[in-house]
Design a protein around this ligand. Structure first.
Ligand code: PNS
Length: 161
């Protein structure tokens, strides 16, 4: 039986930093299920359907990947999909506290699902979906930070074309 990881997130929208973690993750896991989950702390620019579509287009051609969404607890989804691990990317130190808290809560909820952190490629250390949305909204050039389909969708959304 192969090793499966859930790569959870808001993906609003997917960035090159996310793609970097997925590529690194595929060197450790046989399959990665990229899953959009609810984050009650956030408001979203794109619908779940649009976020899934952007993920699908951005990950086209990469094998051993599935795109999914789930409305409940992350650890429950991991059990449902027979996944052994949750994969998360770690950028700067500022990510640590939130990621640590979430990993410990997930462990409390289910001891059998392990959280694995991978360090983001240096190029993407300071990028996030939120900061990219803020930059593009005011006309900033973020083309090199997101997949081409995401760049086009962001420009369309903010009526920059
Ligand atoms: O990309 P994000 O917004 O940092 O991802 C956070 C996410 C969606 C992974 C997290 O909020 C999550 O797991 N939500 C589902 C509910 C849950 O299981 N929360 C963690 C334990 S309270």
């Amino acid at each position: 039986m192969g090793r499966t990881a859930i790569y959870p997130g808001s993906f609003d929208p997917v960035t090159n930093g996310h793609l970097d973690i997925i590529e690194r993750g595929l060197t450790l896991f046989d399959k990665i299920i990229v899953t959009i989950l609810e984050n009650p702390a956030k408001t979203f620019l794109f619908s779940v359907e649009k976020r899934m579509e952007l993920l699908e287009q951005s990950l086209k051609g990469i094998g051993n990947i599935e795109i999914a969404s789930y409305g409940g607890l992350l650890v429950d989804y991991a059990v449902k999909r027979n996944a052994q691990a949750i994969l998360r990317g770690m950028r700067a130190v500022s990510d640590f506290e939130y990621e640590f808290q979430m990993a410990l809560m997930n462990r409390k909820l289910n001891r059998d699902v392990q959280t694995v952190f991978l360090v983001t490629g240096l190029r993407w250390i300071f990028t996030s979906s939120s900061i990219i949305k803020e930059a593009v909204k005011f006309g900033g050039d973020i083309e090199s930070m997101v997949p081409p389909v995401v760049y086009a969708e962001l420009r369309k959304t903010y009526q920059l074309d």
